[in-house]
Structures are given as structure tokens and as C-alpha cells.
Write a protein that binds this ligand. Structure first.
Ligand code: ATP
Length: 357
């Protein structure tokens, strides 16, 4: 049985259709990331799960039971917000156990659950501090502690790490993931950061303009993007898209920017068909392996982070980025070749944007 079922869900804000026929089924214990660009409806979807927004049509079930007409407190979900939403006048302990006090749970239970959550999160020595005396990371932990003490069926996270600096964000990603595994709850996590989604989630839902574009495991989405949008959104740096035309024999792709160059196809397509070839920067190498395709380029820029080198090159006037985990020994202005395995060339229809498989 699924723990969360989102079934033909729609949400309108007046005349604006914010969520369009959303269907997602989430297994008990899964960690699901909702990703997509700003305004695509991620937070709206999370808030409808929490009961903070009403649905316009469709059903939402948690543990098999429809919750669309239930108020938030009866849904057995706990939400962790980007802003942390801590009460400024309450210390850590009281922030964490506020919901239990509101429900008038027995004192001993409140004390035990608060202590257990504080221990889990390493907040034991901070229980009497006010939020203003905590670092960003500690506030974030208190916000999570407040969710944990409620022992919910489902955790909902709305960009919980976006106010933290880069190093702490990376650390907290693995903390949240570990916590999720320890608590064996079901988590739904909103982020616009695809790297965060790829590293944390078992299942990723990619949204655009209120629509689910594709969902699947992180590697499914990376290896088999269903369309150009998902291909460009998942992966960093983003995939290169190069206009090509299928050659007269149907077995080569002629580069539109440089008709003298072509790539062998591993199948036959309709001659003359125009396509977009999708090449991931990390699949473009400077050394050739047996069977690789070659593309002649001129190097425009070389940027190194120490461990990685990002080379921007051009095929005639078409820019292309290659990511190299090392130092490829190329410099600006140099003519060189980029190599790619035929199986790493993705193809998309420029009109429908769908993957050509
Ligand atoms: P972000 O990453 O910027 O937070 P998001 O994907 O979470 O974006 P939502 O906040 O879910 O996006 O918003 C989806 C769309 O619904 C946006 O176009 C937004 O302007 C609109 N929207 C959200 N809340 C309301 C509201 N209360 N009234 C009208 N429109 C709204």
C-alpha cells in the first residue's frame, strides 16, 4: 500500500491553474523530492498535503484515508519550513514541545519525547536558549525537532536548507537523510536544487508550470530524461543541446552549425529529420575511448575549481561545455576534439521536446 496518494489533484487560485492533474504515489518510508523552477507549484503541492491549502479537485490519501476535508492537525503530518517558523519568545525546549503541550499530553511523555528528539538532533545543551541565541543550523535543527516530537506518519520539508551556507547545507543534507532512515517515516522534500534532490531522494518528481514532467529514481531521470526540460534540469552543469539533422542515409547526425561534421547514429532515423542532440558536459572527454564519436571544437574558456575543470568550447558558433574531473591541459584558442560514447548521446524532438528513443 502507498503511504501518500495524490490522485488527479488540481488547484486553482482564482483563474490561475497552479496544479494540473497531479498523480503521485509514495511508498511508506520513501524520501521523495519535489523539484522544479520557481513558481512551478512545489510549495503549493506540499501545502495541500499539509492541509494549509484547499484542493480544487482530486483526492489526497494518507495511509489509505482521504484527507482532503481534514484540517491540518488531523492529517498526522509535520512540516518543516524554510523560515523555521520558531516562536521567538520560547526557548528551544518549549518550541519543540509546543504542539504536545497544546494537545495536553501527559507531562512525562512531553519531557521524554522532547529529550529523545533533542538527543537525536544534538540539541541537548541548548534547551534553554531562545532562537535568537542560536546559529542558523541550530535553528534548523530545532524546527526539525519540533516535527520529530510529534512522531508523524509523514514529514513535509519546504526548502529547509536554503537559509544555510553552502558547507552547512551539504552537512545537513546527510543529517536529514540519516534522520529519515532512523525514523522510518515518509518524507516529502521541496527544493529547487536538483543536486540536493539527487543526493537525498529515492524518488524525484520534476515539475514545471503546475505539471509533473517526469518522476522516477534519481538515476532514471539522469539516464533517461523523458523530455528536454527534464534533461536540462537534472544534471550539473546542464546538458548541452546541439541542433542536428539526420543525414541522407538515416544513420548519421549532421551538425547544423558545422555541416562538415557529423556523428554516427546507433540506429536509423528518418533522413532530413531535425533533432536536438543532448550531450552531458561530464560525458564529453578530451581523450578517445574505442567506439567514441569525435567533435571538433575551439576552446573559448577554461575554468578550474581545482578538482574539476569546466571547458567552454564552440562548434562553429555553437557553444558547448565539457566538465573534466582533472586538468585536461587545454587552453583558450586551441583547436581540439571532444569525444563521447554513442550511448551517451540523447536525442530530442525540437517541436515536442520529447526524447526520441
Ligand atoms: P518557489 O521555488 O519560488 O517557492 P514554487 O514552485 O514553490 O516556487 P508555488 O509557491 O507553489 O511555487 O507557486 C506556484 C504558483 O502559484 C506561482 O505562480 C504562484 O505565484 C502561485 N500562487 C501561490 N500562492 C498563491 C496564492 N495564494 N494566490 C495566487 N497565486 C498563488
Amino acid at each position: 500500500m502507498f503511504q501518500i496518494e495524490i490522485d488527479h489533484l488540481n488547484k486553482h487560485y482564482g483563474g490561475f491553474h497552479a496544479l494540473k492533474d497531479i498523480n503521485i504515489a509514495i511508498k511508506q518510508g520513501a524520501f521523495v523530492a519535489l523539484v522544479g523552477p520557481s513558481g512551478c507549484g512545489k510549495s503549493t503541492l506540499l501545502r495541500t498535503l499539509a492541509g494549509l491549502e484547499k484542493t480544487s479537485s482530486g483526492d489526497l490519501r494518507i495511509a489509505g484515508e482521504s484527507v482532503v476535508s481534514k484540517p491540518p492537525r488531523e492529517r498526522d503530518v509535520a512540516m518543516v519550513f524554510q523560515s523555521y517558523a520558531l516562536y521567538p519568545h520560547m526557548d528551544v525546549e518549549h518550541n519543540m514541545n509546543y504542539s504536545m503541550r497544546l494537545k495536553r499530553r501527559p507531562r512525562q511523555e512531553i519531557a521524554e519525547r522532547t529529550r529523545a528528539a533533542a538527543e537525536t538532533l544534538g540539541l541537548g545543551t541548548l534547551l534553554d536558549r531562545l532562537p535568537k541565541a542560536l546559529s542558523g543550523g541550530q535553528r534548523q535543527r530545532v524546527a526539525m525537532g519540533r516535527a520529530i516530537v510529534r512522531n508523524p506518519k509523514v514529514f513535509l520539508f519546504d526548502e529547509p536548507l536554503s537559509n544555510l551556507d553552502a558547507a552547512l547545507r551539504v552537512h545537513m543534507r546527510s543529517e536529514i537523510r540519516k534522520l529519515h532512515e532512523r525514523l522510518q517515516a515518509t518524507s516529502v522534500y521541496v527544493t529547487h536544487d536538483q543536486v540536493e534532490a539527487m543526493t537525498m531522494a529515492d524518488h524525484i518528481v520534476v515539475m514545471r508550470a503546475g505539471v509533473v514532467e517526469q518522476q522516477g529514481s534519481p538515476l532514471d531521470l539522469y539516464d533517461r530524461p523523458a523530455n528536454r526540460f527534464v534533461a536540462g534540469f537534472i544534471g550539473s552543469p546542464a546538458m548541452n543541446f546541439i541542433p542536428v539533422t539526420v543525414g541522407p542515409d538515416g544513420n548519421r547526425l549532421m551538425l547544423e552549425q558545422d555541416q562538415a561534421q557529423s556523428l554516427a547514429l546507433d540506429r536509423t532515423l528518418a533522413p532530413g529529420r531535425r533533432l536536438l542532440a543532448g550531450l552531458r558536459p561530464e560525458h564529453l572527454a578530451f581523450t578517445r575511448e574505442t567506439g567514441d564519436l569525435a567533435i571538433k571544437v575551439v576552446v573559448d574558456a577554461v575554468e578550474s575549481t581545482g578538482s574539476m575543470t569546466f571547458v567552454t568550447a564552440s562548434i562553429a558558433s555553437q557553444p558547448v561545455v565539457a566538465a573534466h574531473s582533472g586538468r585536461p591541459g587545454v587552453s583558450k584558442g586551441r583547436k581540439t576534439e571532444l569525444f563521447i560514447a554513442p550511448g551517451n548521446v540523447h536525442l530530442f524532438d525540437p517541436e515536442t521536446e520529447l526524447a526520441v528513443v
